[in-house]
Write a protein that binds this ligand. Structure first.
Ligand code: HEM
Length: 469
């Protein structure tokens, strides 16, 4: 008994104070080294506050703690960075300890060779193969004729119809990618791939709960079916002697064009990457451009003027060329203004591979960094009257080369589809404005956060503007 008492006294008087002192010291040390902020509740952290408050969550904490603060969200301790210079620095520093930090559902469904899942030499190889598919000469010679042909037929027959432009642009993004990648022109294969790709995309933004009927399980199953379809397509191509002049041909012969030999698994994940990466960005930008142009008739008139000028004196079947695209300065400005104002991309996720120092703070290994770029789009120093849709601001202002132009990311992950994507949206707008005018119908609601979407669709009544076919 006595021994127990002495032990207890020893623990209370010597060991416990040491432990408490250590804990306090540790807290002080961590506090000094970690950015300010709160971590919220165990496990869930501040996820629900973030989901409920959206950009206000970020802005309120920014007022309280500054441009760099810590939180815990979506299952990870996270540092939010809202400093434009630092954001750019992080995006440009992949080799200094910042790799993509997208959630597990995305990684598992998009595949181990998905571009966001690879880094170092594997990323370099996959990215090299991808860039060779969307280089300016490829866009000019191979992609533009396909995109033009696709848009002509996809956008035919809107006259006199009410169209849910949200559903239509989603379908457009997928089918246009299938046409560019493997020359798939509608039909049962396109329909089956489309159905599975919708499920695959929904799975990537769900919680990774692998139970029957969860979006995650459906997404994984859809991936399996997409992989089988792509495998069959590749087998057929290999057995054929024909040249198809499309991305799949280039990938299968990638050792000749890029001196890199990709395995079949890598080719399949690269195709899924290509389709997936452009899906939401392209469809949302196209949808929102239609909405903004509807709400801003002066911009619509200017856009129409520029695009009718291109068609002047040309036969109806004339396909727009690289030269025409280069002359579409206002159309390009509409694309950028739409991307900026709608904020199609709120921010980018990174994960630290080692302890890294930012602004004198230490971000521990394994933490997420949310490079939150959204607020840059509304910065009054860069964009006067930032809440106004004003495509003219992009003309003669060199905004595209502004150091904080991060609409397509920056550094070694800069969007490889920047130019081909812009060509595609410009071609979409070209055929929309030269063929139709449109009026919004019904009560459509638009949500801006966490994703830009119209929960019940975005409906417009279309009428022929001028028939040229
Ligand atoms: C308006 C359309 C688009 C926007 C706004 C956009 C935006 C972005 C952004 C911000 C990133 C950087 C991601 C990061 O750093 O984590 C990115 C990366 C990427 N984008 Fe795009 N994108 C668009 C269209 C496309 C298209 C059409 C393709 C397909 C050709 C594409 C393929 C990719 C790929 C593969 C990456 C990852 C690059 C890498 O990790 O090396 N994007 N995009």
């Amino acid at each position: 008994m006595e021994i127990l008492d002495i032990g207890l006294i020893f623990v209370l008087s010597v060991i416990l104070p040491i432990l408490i002192l250590r804990w306090i010291n540790g807290m002080m040390r961590d506090k000094k080294r970690l950015p300010p902020g709160t971590m919220g509740w165990p496990l869930v952290g501040e996820t629900f506050d973030f989901m409920k408050q959206g950009p206000d969550f970020m802005n309120n904490r920014r007022k309280q703690y500054g441009d760099l603060f810590k939180t815990h969200m979506l299952g990870s301790p996270t540092v939010i960075c809202m400093d434009p210079d630092l954001n750019k620095q992080i995006l440009n520093s992949e080799n200094k300890g910042f790799i993509p930090g997208y959630p597990p559902s995305m990684r598992n469904i998009l595949g181990e060779w998905n571009i966001a899942a690879v880094h170092g030499p594997s990323h370099k190889a996959m990215r090299g193969a991808l860039l060779s598919l969307v280089s300016p000469p490829m866009i000019r010679d191979q992609l533009m004729p396909k995109i033009d042909g696709f848009m002509r037929s996809f956008l035919a027959g809107f006259g006199g119809q009410v169209v849910d432009i949200q559903a239509k642009t989603k379908e457009m993004a997928l089918l246009s990618a299938l046409k560019q990648i493997a020359g798939i022109d509608g039909g049962p294969l396109a329909e089956s791939l489309k159905t599975e790709l919708y499920k695959l995309a929904a799975g990537t933004i769900s919680l990774p709960i692998n139970l029957p009927s969860t979006n995650y399980r459906l997404g994984l199953q859809a991936r399996g079916r997409v992989v089988s379809m792509l495998k069959r397509m590749i087998d057929k191509r290999r057995a054929s002697q024909k040249l198809f002049n499309d991305m799949l041909d280039n990938l299968l012969n990638s050792d000749e064009t890029t001196k890199l030999k990709l395995t079949e698994d890598q080719i399949i994940d690269l195709i899924i990457t290509l389709i997936y990466s452009g899906y939401e960005t392209m469809s949302t930008t196209s949808m929102m451009a239609i909405k903004y142009l509807h709400d801003h008739p002066k911009a619509l008139l200017e856009l129409r003027r520029e695009n009718l000028e291109i068609r002047k004196g040309k036969p109806a079947e004339y396909a727009i060329t690289w030269q025409d695209y280069k002359s579409m300065t206002f159309t390009r400005a509409v694309v950028h203004e739409t991307l900026r104002l709608a904020t199609v991309v709120n921010g980018l996720l990174r994960k630290t591979t080692q302890d890294v120092e930012l602004k004198g703070f230490i971000i521990p290994k394994g933490w997420r960094i949310y490079v939150f770029t959204r607020e840059i789009n509304y910065n009054t120093e860069t964009y006067s009257r930032p809440l106004q849709f004003n495509p003219w601001r992009w003309l003669n202002n060199n905004l595209e080369s502004h150091q904080h132009f991060l609409l397509f990311g920056s550094g070694s992950r800069l969007c490889p589809g920047k130019e081909s994507g812009t060509v595609e949206i410009c071609t979409f707008l070209h055929y929309m404005v030269t063929r139709y005018w449109w009026k919004e119908v019904g009560k459509n609601t638009l949500m801006k956060f966490p994703r830009v979407q119209a929960p019940n669709g975005l409906h417009f009544h279309f009428n022929e503007y001028e028939k040229f076919e």
